[in-house]
Design a protein around this ligand. Sequence first.
Ligand code: ARG
Length: 572
Amino acid sequence: MIDYKELVAKAIYDAGVGLELPEIMDVVEVPADDKMGDYAFPCFKLAKVLKKAPPMIAKDIAGKLEGNPLFAKVEPVNAYVNMFMSKEEFVKSVLSEVIEKGEGYGRSDIGGGKTVIVEYSSPNIAKPFHIGHIRSTVIGNAIYKLYDALGYKTVRINHLGDYGTQFGKMICAYRHWGNEEDVKREPIKTLLEYYTKFHVEVETHPELDDEARAIFAKLEKGEPEEVRLWQWFRDESLKEFNRVYDMLGISYDSYAGESFYSDKMPAIEKELEEKGLMKESEGAMIVDLEPYGMPPALIKKSDGSSLYITRDLAAANYRKDHYNFYKNLYIVASQQNLHFQQWIKILELMGREWAHDCVHIPFGLVSLEDGTMSTRHGRVVFLEDVLNRAVEKTKEIILEKNPNAENVDEIAKAVGIGAVIFQELSNSKIKDYVFSWNKVLNFEGETGPYVQYAHARACSVLRNAGDSVVAAAQKVESLDMNYLTGESAYKLAKEIYDFPAAILEAAEKYEPSILTRHIVDVAQSFNKFYYDEHILVDNEAEKLAKVALVYAAKSTIAAGLNLLGMKAPEKM
Ligand code: ARG
């Protein structure tokens, strides 16, 4: 993409003003009020160099830029040179770029193939996959897609919670009260029932706790019968998770969860020991973090069993060795802030110079209208139910509007699930929110369906224009850009131009909502253009130019939806 600011700076440099190009780049600005031009050059810095009054210099530079085809107008105003870009040139360069790239518009190779690990979703085995998990899952997927679009080599990891003392309890409960058929029929619900029953029974039968601990110890030692049951629970749970991932169009490069690190923890413990970082406390092994204002990190329990943070230390080391990452990103709830602060401090203390290439990307809490979610109290909304209901509701809306609609199921799926994803990615990720069925099933306003509809509308204009017109419209050199300098066309072209910058900013800030909001802006500008202007006019030259802009808007919206993990149906 042409960087206009750079072109402007270059033009000023070529005019020979006495500053180096980077210095000029530094001061060129975009005026807050576009009546002052698209770019402005303040002359204060030069005044010091040239020992001349700024307005004089501004006048001088404006004179030198006069006649440059890049500009429609150059005006000295006090200490500033205000520059108005040639709208025709601008729109032309935007259209050329989008038409060349199509739905790949906005992609770049800034990343140069460096490896970025994105760890997201990471639910716990045998626990419900609920609405609280949507955040890590959907935000993480968008962050992965953003880095992929920027030319990084990405590795998607699902760090499954598939290890820990709770599996001792679950196996114990299964042996006492379980049966195979029930687990097969409804794995997560059944396993959860066992787990809950264990907690009830242990109140009156404390010996169950010892039994569960012994079972977990066997599991850690790799005893076949314990491993078999654990593996079976894991497989059944993963089947359920995968149903939801399929609906969301999400897949992974690795499902190396906590259990994967079970044989990699002793090395970490040994190193902590050797470096004098670990000490005993009431029979357990801890890293004292008091000097850093944090509670101690528990590395090994007094019964010898390993812990969550130990597995995360092993995981970071393994990932560095195995993938040699440039960045290792963890999309995990802000409730785990302390865990990740302790963990990164320990990596630092261990002397890992790459510790700060590991980044915890936190997000806010999802609660329910009747309070926080609680698996134990049955207050949970399953993610699968949310997606299914959104699809059903979309189907009803489509059939209400058009009883003979084609491909209803496919479109309802794309739009219904898209609505849930889009809503999730619309707000700043760190904000807490209360889940509400009304909100998630409301498709009015700046929602996913609104954006998808703008895309489908653009597709319909292109269908009506016909293939030969659409093909001719892609020969940008021969188009007459004078038809695209009106207010709404120019505004749309500007939004399209800003799309790659929105991708970059969203990725750098780990904030997909920046892109979401930008796509809404593109869709709104497209709709305004569609209402303000007649597109398929008789005048051939005017029609071709306008069809080219519609094509560019369509490609941009489709590219944007794709980066958020949504489909862009051509008909709705
Ligand atoms: N399984 C954990 C949970 O559900 C999240 C794991 C986050 N990732 C990590 N590397 N600690 O809370």
